[in-house]
Design a protein around this ligand. Structure first.
Ligand SMILES: Nc1nc2c(ncn2[C@@H]2O[C@H](COP(=O)(O)OP(=O)(O)O)[C@@H](O)[C@H]2O)c(=O)[nH]1
Ligand SMILES: Nc1ncnc2c1ncn2[C@@H]1O[C@H](COP(=O)(O)OP(=O)(O)O)[C@@H](O)[C@H]1O
Length: 206
């Protein structure tokens, strides 16, 4: 029997749109998706645990991982490196399980080069005003940085055509439901493909 590979789902979108919030809400529910824990050089925040939230690395360690080809993609974001571990993703897909990445836009574009069969989901804010409010209310940015993030967000939103799906993050619960619907839809597509394949095999034997 041919074992089907898992599907790679990528959730991306501009800073502050709510990627982390939607991803956490999705994984708080029961799901068959496997979350790929990223590597980063940023310092752990209070309450974050190595190997759960991120694999926290020094810059030297991270650069070593890059040079050994151990990351599918990496990006420098607000002065820190972030990257997706290759072995976990490839092995999990090979085992037939779906993998879920939550990464920023540059990294997602790089994943697309290596995994064109991945399913790319772009999260957008209901409006730029709302995005600004979210970045400000998170309280992690200076006024200058908020301006820069909004400028970057406008450019990033222009890239949404490169994605397979666009989800508006109006209410967290409804965004999570839409992501779940996308996962279900991709499984249905695959059922159709594998069904046709089985029919072709049967026809060949008769
Ligand atoms: N390219 C890339 N981006 C990542 C990865 N892991 C997390 N990110 C993104 O890095 C950005 C910063 O994440 P973080 O430092 O946790 O702060 P946040 O802004 O509160 O989510 C977010 O946009 C994440 O989606 C990764 O492996 N690769
Ligand atoms: N649907 C939503 N409605 C209102 N606020 C939201 C929503 N989604 C996220 N937020 C808030 O917006 C801010 C940015 O969310 P976060 O998940 O950190 O974004 P990202 O990971 O994309 O940078 C946080 O303060 C979060 O609580």
């Amino acid at each position: 029997m041919i074992k089907e590979k898992g599907i790679l789902f990528i959730l991306s979108g501009p800073s502050g749109v709510g990627k982390g919030t939607v991803r956490k809400a999705l994984f708080d529910q029961s799901t068959d998706l496997r979350y790929s824990i990223s590597m980063t050089t940023r310092a752990p925040r209070e309450g974050e645990v190595d190997g759960i939230d991120y694999f926290f690395k020094s810059r030297d360690e991270f650069e070593q991982l890059i040079s050994e080809g151990q990351l599918i993609e990496h990006a420098e974001y607000v002065g820190n490196y972030y990257g997706t571990p290759r072995q976990y993703v490839e092995q999990t897909l090979e085992e037939g399980k779906d993998v879920f990445l939550e990464i920023e836009v540059q990294g997602a574009l790089k994943v697309r080069e290596n995994f064109p069969q991945g399913v790319f989901v772009f999260l957008i804010p209901p409006s730029l005003e709302e995005l600004k409010d979210r970045i400000v209310s998170r309280g992690t940015e200076t006024e200058e940085k908020v301006k820069n993030r909004l400028l970057a967000a406008k450019e990033e939103i222009d890239m949404m055509d490169a994605y397979d799906y666009v989800v508006v993050n109006d209410k967290v619960e409804s965004a999570v439901n839409k992501v779940k619907a996308i996962v279900a839809s991709e499984h249905c597509k695959r059922e159709r493909v594998s069904h046709q394949y089985k029919k072709a095999l049967e026809a060949d034997q008769s």
